[in-house]
Ligand binder design. Structure first.
Ligand code: FE2
Ligand code: FE2
Length: 139
């Protein structure tokens, strides 16, 4: 069980989340490091500027990561490219919306971490990225 309250342990990557593609997995692990950075900001009661900076880094990493997967999909003519791309676009908008709502004090950082973690690890990586890597492995 992952806790998102102040005082929580760092979120740990588990091998069950690996897709089997070294670069994609390295990116996902880095994503979790950045999520932990946000969680750490919660724990330390960091100021808003530092927290927003941590979210900004997450947005930047996410953008680069999506570009990598999209390039692989085009390169290998992935048949579910459009659907996967649409999910990336929705996730990118979701992260930006969370950042916007946090910057306006409409939500706290716990919500930011929890929502990103749920959408990324429990949904996108498990159901979309693993399917993509299975296809790439079969090419
Ligand atoms: Fe993806
Ligand atoms: Fe991914």
């Amino acid at each position: 069980m992952i806790h998102t309250r102040a005082g929580m342990a760092p979120l740990a990557w588990s091998a069950e989340h690996d897709t089997g593609h070294p670069q994609i997995d390295a990116d996902h692990r880095q994503l979790l490091i950045l999520l932990n950075k946000i969680a750490h900001a919660v724990e330390c009661g960091s100021d808003r500027a530092m927290s927003l900076d941590a979210i900004e880094q997450l947005i930047s990493h996410t953008s680069k990561h999506f570009a990598l997967e999209e390039q692989l999909m085009r390169q290998h003519r992935y048949p579910e490219y459009s659907a996967h791309l649409a999910k990336h676009e929705r996730l990118a908008l979701e992260i930006q919306a969370l950042q916007h709502r946090y910057s306006r004090s409409e939500i706290d950082l716990n919500s930011v971490v929890f929502n990103l973690l749920r959408d990324w690890l429990l949904n996108h990586v498990e159901f979309c990225d693993k399917k993509l890597v299975a296809f790439l492995g079969a090419c």
